[in-house]
Design a protein around this ligand. Structure first.
Ligand SMILES: [Zn+2]
Length: 352
């Protein structure tokens, strides 16, 4: 029922890099098996843009120093420089779980927009994120959602969002996560829910269960932790090093138990360790949920994570016109090759 459709196309050029001999460039059009959206796999693109994906260590050190002064999320400032919830929403004004502190956003991306400061450290390499930090943030976020549902049941669609460092769109260096909640789903969440429902009606099974059954232990499959399956998607949404997680049979964040949150936190930190080993410093992730007030058999909570370009003098972005404005997907290498590299890295580091 799930089909992985791809079409190969080639371009021929006389390449100045090969003394103007004929060279072939290969493009692979892949159709997302749920949404039908095209993603073009551009073979060789990862090598071509690779030099823009790593960071200038000295520039980062200078930026860390500079942004540390007056950082609102550093421990000495967080209680005097971040907003508080109104007293009738939360008597204490902020939520603290472990080292995570949950506060409202000064200016967010949704009607209910909050953030969780994840660490007392002003800057973390991607390999330094720990499952504990993420779990504290997740638990703080869930405490907030619980209270929000008590005061306004119409706000049903939460997403947890990571924008880490400036190439990922963050204006604040200090590690944090955002929680955006609306009365209507974000476009991608709605698209995935609508298509999943149509799939359920057509086939009588869950797309997400069928996807994992088909991908499990295949060439794009990565690992499973506590009922959370990790893989590289056949047709990535965005270009760089995209991985996906699916939480088995849970349709909203409210249904997740401690085990599954742990599965998400461990998976994220494993992927971040891989990114770090490639020399990457910045990432985005989204954790998508179905409606909080009902269980749906056709939708599973799922996550996407991507790396972003490096911090360098040369301000490179991977938000090219094709993915950013034309809404197509682009992948800089074959998803199967990426999965192979992640698996090899995790196997090697676990043996140490
Ligand atoms: Zn800070």
């Amino acid at each position: 029922m799930i089909e992985f459709k791809k079409t190969l196309k080639q371009a021929r050029i006389l390449s100045p890099l090969k003394n103007f001999e004929e060279d072939t460039v290969t493009f692979e059009y892949r159709t997302d098996p749920l949404t039908g959206r095209n993603t073009t796999v551009i073979k060789g693109m990862l090598n071509y843009v690779g030099r823009f994906l790593t960071s200038d260590g000295e520039l980062i050190r200078a930026l860390v120093e500079k942004t540390r002064e007056n950082c609102p999320f550093c421990p000495e400032n967080v209680k005097i420089k971040t907003p508080m919830f109104p007293k009738n929403f939360l008597t204490d004004g902020r939520i603290q779980v472990g080292d995570a502190i949950v506060v409202p956003n000064l200016l967010g991306h949704a009607e209910q927009s909050i953030l969780a400061v994840l660490s007392r450290e002003h800057h973390l390499k991607l390999e330094d994120f720990t499952p504990r930090m993420l779990l504290d943030g997740f638990r703080g976020g869930m405490e907030y959602l619980k209270r929000l549902c008590e005061v306004d049941a119409s706000v049903r669609f939460p997403v947890f969002v990571f924008n880490y460092l400036t190439p990922a769109g963050s204006s604040i260096f200090h590690p944090h996560m955002q929680i955006l909640v609306r009365d209507r789903p974000f476009y991608l969440v709605k698209l995935l829910m609508d298509k999943s429902q149509a799939y359920w009606e057509e086939h009588g099974t869950s797309y997400w269960r069928d996807l994992i059954a088909k991908e499990k232990n295949g060439e794009r499959y990565l690992f499973e932790v506590n009922g959370v399956d990790w893989l590289v998607p056949f047709a990535p949404l965005r270009g760089l090093n995209e991985a996906q997680a699916v939480v088995n049979g849970k349709s909203s964040l409210k249904e997740l138990g401690a085990n599954e949150w742990q599965g998400l936190a461990e998976g994220i930190t494993s992927i971040l360790r891989f990114y770090s080993a490639q020399g990457y410093t910045s990432f985005n992730a989204i954790l998508m949920s179905g409606p909080l007030d009902e269980h749906t058999d056709y939708f599973d909570v799922n996550l996407r994570i991507i790396s972003r370009p490096g911090i360098q003098q040369f301000c490179f972005t991977d938000a090219w016109a094709a993915p950013y404005l034309l809404w197509d997907g682009e992948a800089v290498e074959e998803p199967e090759r990426l999965a192979e590299r992640i698996r090899a890295f995790l196997k090697m580091t676990q043996l140490k």
